[in-house]
Design a protein around this ligand. Structure first.
Ligand code: NDP
Length: 249
């Protein structure tokens, strides 16, 4: 029996990619899942798949840039299952481009979804976790939160921010003896729908080529997240970098 059996796990960005793969993997051990994203039909299908795999699930249509919708996702978890054991801040987009192209809408969207969405998730989960004196916040950063390249500026900045916020959170949780664990998961190239968010066609086709050569399944990240959850609760993986074995940078 796995440690995450009976855990209530909230996942943002659950409708595809890493979020979806994680929901399905945890479902196999009977986890209780609370799934948020914007595409309702995908969430509805995922709830059915989760139930077929042996888990329980509810969903809410959530735009993580809307603080009240994120708060409602936390309330849905409490109203349905009575607690929040794990909150996975996973929703994110990666419309990379050169700064000189001045893609201001893309900059704003990355800051709003990748940074503010993560903060709103932390804000929504913490009051319940502090009261429970237990919990686990898992934030998805990226290898791009460790290394910046031409074209990765704003995306890297948002993922760097996720790491900074996570480390401060970790220290605050330890200081207050909340028993809340904090984990940063920083993946390399993972084959998901993420590249669909790239609006610059040249960057998109170059990135697609890179992913075709190096990308690995989202199941690998799901397994990493499951292992982080399964660690005995007096210990936490504070950061995991998971890259394809073949990926150079
Ligand atoms: P996907 O595009 O497959 O998944 C992204 C998810 O985020 C979708 O479920 C999408 O759902 C959701 N999302 C996007 N915007 C919002 C929003 N405003 N509100 C709520 N949900 C939103 O890509 P991945 O699975 O790859 O991405 C998951 C995370 O992993 C992201 O944070 C990404 O930056 C990170 N990552 C991915 C890597 C990769 O190579 N794939 C590498 C490193 C990090 P919907 O559109 O239905 O709202």
């Amino acid at each position: 029996m796995s440690n995450h059996q009976d855990k209530v796990i909230v996942i943002t960005g659950a409708s595809s990619g890493i979020g979806e793969a994680t929901a399905k993997l945890l479902a196999k051990d009977g986890a209780k899942l609370v799934l948020g994203a914007r595409r309702e039909n995908l969430l509805q299908n995922l709830v059915k798949e989760v139930e077929g795999l042996g888990g329980e699930a509810v969903y809410a249509v959530v735009d993580v840039t809307k603080v009240e919708q994120v708060e409602d996702l936390a309330k849905l978890a409490i109203d349905t299952f009575g607690k929040i054991d794990v909150w996975l801040n996973n929703a994110g987009i990666m419309p990379q481009s050169l700064l000189k192209q001045k893609k201001i809408e893309d900059w704003d969207a990355m800051i709003d979804i990748n940074i503010k969405g993560t903060l709103y998730g932390i804000g929504a989960a913490l009051p319940f976790m502090e009261k429970q004196k237990s919990g686990h916040i898992i934030n998805i950063s990226s290898i791009a939160g460790h290394i910046a390249h031409a074209g990765s500026s704003v995306y890297s900045a948002t993922k760097w921010a996720v790491r900074a916020i996570s480390e401060s959170l970790r220290e605050e949780m330890a200081q207050d003896e909340t028993n809340v664990r904090v984990t940063i998961v920083s993946p390399g190239a993972i084959n998901t729908e993420l590249l669909e968010s790239i609006t610059d066609q040249e960057v998109k086709s170059n990135t697609e080529e890179f992913y075709k050569n190096f990308g690995i399944s989202a199941d690998r990240v799901a397994l990493t997240i499951k292992q982080a959850i399964d660690l005995p609760e007096d210990a936490a993986w504070n950061e995991v970098i998971i890259r394809p074995t073949k990926q150079l940078m």
